[in-house]
Each structure stands twice: as structure tokens, then as C-alpha cells.
Write a new protein. Structure first.
Length: 352
């Protein structure tokens, strides 16, 4: 297997992971009016394609050393079960994130979902023995919780401003029957984001049960098992979302065939980008300790994907367009609070 052994390689992989995990959802935005449930079928195919190429090319490289096949033979079934289980957990969390993106966009869904995930993960690590400064950790978590709340407030305010603008645009003539603005899914977006964040916050800890230790899975067989778990579990999750849709009419498996070639290719591209992000994350975690950046830098690189996604939503897709000055101030406060909170928790991890 080809694994990173130098600091330069680890830095490059960490940056690639950050950019991919913060940018893959652009493919859903580019797909236009395409249900996220159907998008996810192609998304999973892209994950499986990337994982297959990675294990065959990189995981089988340097055959004189340990290959991914050797690692699978040496790893116990319990470790494999943990990784497969983490894949199912990750699958459900990602689908909930996609549902929130479909309702509110990247600039809201990612900060809400991944913000909750970072809080859950940080508290989990702190409770189970990670060495960190208690005061800085708790202050950082408080700032991250505040950032999540500010994100929700900004979104609620944006919906209110748009609702008021739509009501003012209605024709006042009583002889003309006009439709009232369609109700938006504000509470539903927040609920799906929080649920997805709790699930995604647990994912790395479940995955670590299968990848840590002397007989743990290496990055390449791990991403292969993750892709298999996603492929096998996604039809059940997608069927639920199409049967009980968020806003649209119920869908059917045959609706997937109505997508254009561009929409299907974008779904595959999104899965490839996501898989590259997860694989590079795993490779960074597997690198020798001496080659890894400091715990401060590594924590920020591992958790700042939500800010990359928020930047795409705010700057490229203009998802807060139409909001008033208060919305703009809340959005700016969201970014500042996330940066400060992540930085404070990262400083708390530095050795005394």
C-alpha cells in the first residue's frame, strides 16, 4: 500500500481532504431541479468507483510490502463489522445533510449539520479521555454551540424577509385569486440538520474502532468497506425519503431514470469528490506521528469543511441574497464564532 510518510505529503492530503469535503455538495447544486434522493444513487456509485480504483491502484502498490488484501486477511471480523457499521451511520448522516441542503442550501445546512457534529465529537473525545485544557475546551464548545444557534437565527430571519417580500408582491385586487407564498421548511431544515449532525459526530469514533490498533483496517480497505456499506444501505434510506418526501410529491425508483446525463454524471462526480475527501482524511490519520502537523493545525483542517461549504453557499451561490442587514450581520457572526470556537478547541489540544 502507498501511504504518506513525509510532512509535505500529509499537508497536501489534509488540504485536499478539506477542500473535497467542503466542496462536493456543489455537484448537487449544479444538478438543478433534481431530487437529492435520485442524486444519491449516482453519488454512491461514484464512491464505489473511487474506492475500487484506489484499492486496486494505490492499495495494491508496492506488492513487496503489505497490500490491502493482506490487511483484510490479517484484520479480524469484528474490526470489519465496526467499519461496515460506520459506513451505514455515515450514509444516513450524509442523506440527512443532503436533505437539509435541498431545503436551505449549503451555507445553512453545512454549518448547522457539521457544527453539531463538531460539538458532539469534541464532547465525546473530551469525555473519553482526550488530553486537553478543560476551560478552553468548554469555552470553544460554547462558542460552537453559539455559532450553530446564530446560523439557525440567520436562516429563520432570511425566511421571514423573503416571506414578507412575497406577500408584498401579491396582487391586491380582490377579484384576482392569488396564491399565498408556499410555506418554507425552516423547522424541518433545523431538525434534519441537528439529527444529521449527531449522527455524523458519532461516525469518526465508530470508524476508529475498526481502524485503530495493530490489527485495524488500513485506509484503502476501510474506504472499500465504507463504499460497500453505502451501496447496500442506501436503497433502504432513499426509499424512505422518496416515500415520505420533504416537500415534493412521493417518488418512485423509476423516477431515477428521468434524470439527464449531466445530472447523473454530476452525482457520480460528487461521490468521487466525497470519497477522495474521506480517503485522504484516513491517510492523514494513518501517517506516522512525526509527519503529521501539530494537533492545533490538524484539528482545524479536519473540521473546517463546514466553513469551506458555507463560503461556497454565501459567495458562489448567493444563498443569503434577498436578506436584510440583520441577516448579513448574523451570517458574519456565524463565521466569526465558528472560527473562534474551532481555534479555541484546537488550542486546548496543545500539550501543556
Amino acid at each position: 500500500m502507498i501511504l504518506p510518510t513525509t510532512a509535505v505529503a500529509v499537508w497536501i492530503l489534509a488540504i485536499v481532504s478539506l477542500l473535497c469535503l467542503g466542496s462536493w455538495a456543489n455537484t448537487l447544486k449544479l444538478a438543478g431541479r433534481w431530487r437529492f434522493e435520485y442524486f444519491y444513487y449516482d453519488f454512491v456509485l461514484g464512491i464505489l468507483l473511487s474506492a475500487g480504483v484506489a484499492v486496486l491502484v494505490l492499495g495494491s502498490g508496492r506488492p513487496q510490502e503489505l497490500t490491502f488484501q493482506d490487511n483484510l486477511l490479517l484484520t479480524g471480523y469484528r474490526k470489519m463489522a465496526w467499519v461496515l457499521g460506520s459506513g451505514v451511520v455515515l450514509n444516513l448522516g450524509t442523506l440527512l445533510l443532503l436533505a437539509a441542503i435541498g431545503l436551505a442550501g449549503m451555507s445553512v445546512a453545512f454549518p448547522l449539520t457539521l457544527g453539531v457534529a463538531v460539538v458532539v465529537g469534541t464532547l465525546w473525545d473530551f469525555a473519553f479521555g482526550t488530553q486537553s485544557n478543560t476551560l478552553l475546551t468548554l469555552l470553544g464548545v460554547a462558542l460552537l454551540v453559539a455559532a450553530v444557534i446564530v446560523t439557525a437565527l440567520a436562516y429563520v430571519r432570511l425566511l421571514e424577509v423573503r416571506r414578507q417580500a412575497a406577500q408584498q408582491a401579491l396582487t391586491p385586487d380582490p377579484r384576482v385569486k392569488s396564491k399565498r407564498p408556499k410555506p418554507t421548511g425552516g423547522p424541518l431544515t433545523i431538525a434534519f440538520s441537528v439529527a444529521g449532525g449527531i449522527i455524523l459526530g458519532a461516525f469518526p469514533r465508530i470508524l476508529a474502532e475498526g481502524t485503530s490498533g495493530d490489527n485495524g483496517l488500513a485506509p484503502y480497505p476501510a474506504i472499500l468497506l465504507l463504499s460497500v456499506a453505502a451501496l447496500l444501505s442506501s436503497p433502504f434510506f432513499v426509499l424512505f425519503f422518496t416515500t415520505f418526501p420533504l416537500q415534493d410529491v412521493p417518488g418512485s425508483p423509476t423516477g431515477y431514470l428521468s434524470g439527464t446525463r449531466k445530472q447523473h454524471l454530476l452525482g457520480v462526480a460528487g461521490g468521487i469528490m466525497w470519497a477522495i475527501g474521506i480517503l485522504t482524511f484516513l491517510l492523514v490519520q494513518a501517517a506516522p506521528q512525526i509527519a503529521q502537523p501539530s494537533s492545533l493545525v490538524l484539528y482545524i483542517l479536519n473540521n473546517a469543511a463546514l466553513l469551506v461549504a458555507a463560503a461556497w453557499g454565501l459567495l458562489a451561490w448567493r444563498e443569503f441574497q434577498g436578506g436584510d442587514e440583520r441577516v448579513g450581520m448574523l451570517a458574519a457572526g456565524m463565521v466569526v464564532l465558528f472560527l473562534t470556537g474551532l481555534g479555541m478547541v484546537a488550542f486546548a489540544l496543545l500539550p501543556k
